[in-house]
Design a protein. Structure first.
Length: 291
């Protein structure tokens, strides 16, 4: 234990020193350790909001210990913490609302202003992925018009994203259980949006839990659309709880299919633990997905 603590102390000092001389990039590369006992085929991340009662420093320490490389869905105020621990933020929060997205023209000015602020910050931190949302369906706004509106709005910010090498990642969410009326609720719609926009800096966040609810056929859909996917999320269905044998998705098979596509991005654990010891569930999820 003493050696482990001394090592962490030394690593922390190294990170601080590098940060002082190299800023964000120094923090990003400091404190690198080999990942313990994992196969290395899946890059592991975890969504911060699922563990909101655990101090961020503690979550970072535990995550690094079990081989997680990223704490995600964080804003600029929290990036220095994860970077100081030698981790990254594989999916940055944009500070925008799920239901107020690019599918409505009246939202565009506000969204463009927010993304014009966030994109340079993401790049300055040495990060890459920034989440975005379609917004909700409303009376008089069908999926075709919504897609056209998304194209118009996204094209206003994508040149800046391309300049800074930041990828805007639109999340696929279910509209049946958790997000009523959300428009980007099927992979086909999201893939068509990416094709229409025609930029490598617009991709999809394929949430396995959400897409199991909306369309199933997970492995085939992932294989056919992997070129449009920049990130994955997990969650047990039904309930969005642990991804173990208590739910219907067999995650080892899904993870193997992802690896077979050649995907090199992150898989973010985004289930809500029922276990009184949530970190125990998190460690078990990493073992399940380590194929």
């Amino acid at each position: 234990m003493r050696e482990s603590l001394s090592r962490r102390t030394a690593i922390g000092a190294m990170a601080a020193g590098v940060a002082a001389t190299a800023g964000w990039q120094g923090l990003r590369i400091a404190a690198e350790e080999s990942r313990p006992g994992l196969k290395g085929n899946i890059r592991h991340s975890v969504s911060r909001w699922c563990y909101g009662k655990i101090p961020l420093d503690e979550l970072c320490e535990f995550s690094k210990k079990i081989g997680i490389e990223s704490i995600e869905l964080l804003g600029p105020n929290d990036w220095p913490t994860v970077l100081r621990h030698g981790l990254t933020c594989a999916m940055c929060s944009s500070g925008t609302r799920i239901e107020k997205g690019f599918n409505k023209v009246e939202n565009h000015d506000e969204l463009v202003a927010q993304y014009e602020k966030m994109i340079p910050l993401v790049a300055e931190a040495g990060l890459t992925n920034l989440i975005c949302f379609s917004g909700n369906r409303e009376p008089g706004l069908d999926d075709e018009q919504g897609l056209e509106n998304c194209v118009v709005g996204l094209k206003r910010v994508l040149p800046l994203a391309e300049k800074h090498k930041v990828v805007l990642v639109m999340e696929l969410l279910n509209s049946k259980v958790n997000h009523p009326n959300y428009m980007c609720d099927h992979t086909a719609w999201g893939a068509r949006l990416c094709k229409t926009v025609g930029s490598e800096n617009l991709k999809l966040l394929y949430d396995i839990y959400h897409m199991q609810i909306m369309e199933g056929d997970l492995i085939r859909t992932i294989r056919e659309n992997i070129q449009y996917i920049a990130h994955f999320h997990t969650g047990g269905n039904p309930g969005r709880n642990e991804i173990d044998e208590t739910q219907e998705i067999y995650y080892p098979a899904v993870m193997r299919a992802i690896v077979e596509t050649g995907y090199k991005g992150f898989v973010g654990q985004e289930f809500v633990p029922k276990n009184p010891n949530p970190l125990e569930s998190l460690e078990r999820a990493i073992q399940i997905c380590d194929v």
